[in-house]
Design a protein around this ligand. Structure first.
Ligand SMILES: O=C(CO)COP(=O)(O)O
Length: 214
C-alpha cells in the first residue's frame, strides 16, 4: 500500500514529520511519502523521505507570476505531485495541463476527485494514479473506507473501466491501520491522508499505527 501524507498548511514541523515518514518507510513493506507546502519541499526532501508537491500549474517557464512550475518543484526534490486536490480545484483543461507539466518534469501524478464519475474523467487524462476523496469526510476523522465504502469500490471500477493501469487511492478521515486495511480490501492501492498524521501529537506513532497491519 502507498501511504501519502498531505501536510496541507497545518502548523506541524514538516521536517519532523518527514523524518518520521522516512523512518517508518524504512521499517515496513508499505511505501510512505509526504507532501509538504511548496516552500518546504527542499527541506523535506533533504531528510531522505519521498517528497511530493501538493500542486503544480499547467505552465512552462515564462511569465507566470505566483505559479508552481513542475520543473522547479522537481528541482527542489519532489518526485511526484497531487493535482486537483479538493482544496485546490482546477478546471478540466488545467488538470490536463498540470498532468502534462508533471510528466515533462518526470513527476509522478495523483489526480484527486470527489466521486467515482470524476475519477473516470481523471483517469482518462492518463495520470499515474487517481485519489477519491469525498469532501464531506475530509478532516472529520470518519474514514471513507468505513463510512462510504461504495464510493471507493465504484471509484476503483470507474478507473479500471477507463484505464486499468491507473491505480486508485482513497482518502478522507483515514487515521488508523484498520482504515488502511479496509481501503485495500475495497481495491484501493493506497491512501491519501492529512490530519491523522499532521495534527497528531506524535506523528511517528501515528504513522507506525497506520502501517502496523500491512
Ligand atoms: O484531504 C485529505 C488528504 O489529501 C484528507 O484529509 P484528512 O486525512 O485530514 O481527512
Amino acid at each position: 500500500m502507498f501511504v501519502l501524507v498531505n501536510l496541507k498548511t497545518y502548523p506541524c514541523d514538516p521536517v519532523e514529520v518527514a523524518e518520521a515518514v522516512r523512518d517508518v518507510n524504512d521499517a515496513t513493506d508499505a511505501r510512505l511519502a509526504v507532501a509538504p507546502q511548496a516552500a518546504h519541499i527542499e527541506r523535506v526532501a533533504e531528510t531522505g523521505a519521498e517528497t511530493w508537491a501538493q500542486h503544480v500549474d499547467a505552465i512552462e517557464h515564462g511569465s507566470n507570476t505566483g505559479h508552481a512550475l513542475a520543473e522547479s518543484v522537481a528541482d527542489a526534490g519532489a518526485v511526484g505531485t497531487l493535482i486537483n486536490h479538493s482544496e485546490r480545484r482546477l478546471k478540466l483543461a488545467d488538470i490536463d495541463g498540470a498532468v502534462r507539466a508533471a510528466e515533462r518534469a518526470d513527476l509522478e501524478t495523483v489526480v484527486c476527485a470527489n466521486n467515482p464519475a470524476q475519477i473516470g474523467a481523471a483517469a482518462a487524462l492518463g495520470p499515474d494514479a487517481v485519489a477519491v476523496e469525498p469532501p464531506a469526510l475530509i478532516g472529520t476523522g470518519t474514514p471513507v473506507s468505513q463510512a462510504d465504502p461504495d464510493v471507493v469500490e465504484n471509484a476503483v471500477e470507474a478507473a479500471a473501466n477507463v484505464d486499468p493501469t491507473v491505480s486508485v487511492l482513497c482518502g478522507a478521515g483515514i487515521s488508523t491501520g484498520d482504515d488502511v486495511v479496509a481501503a485495500g480490501d475495497l481495491g484501493a492501492e493506497g491512501v491519501l491522508l492529512a490530519s491523522g498524521v499532521a495534527k497528531a501529537d506524535d506523528p511517528q506513532s501515528a504513522l507506525e499505527n497506520l502501517v502496523e497491519p500491512l
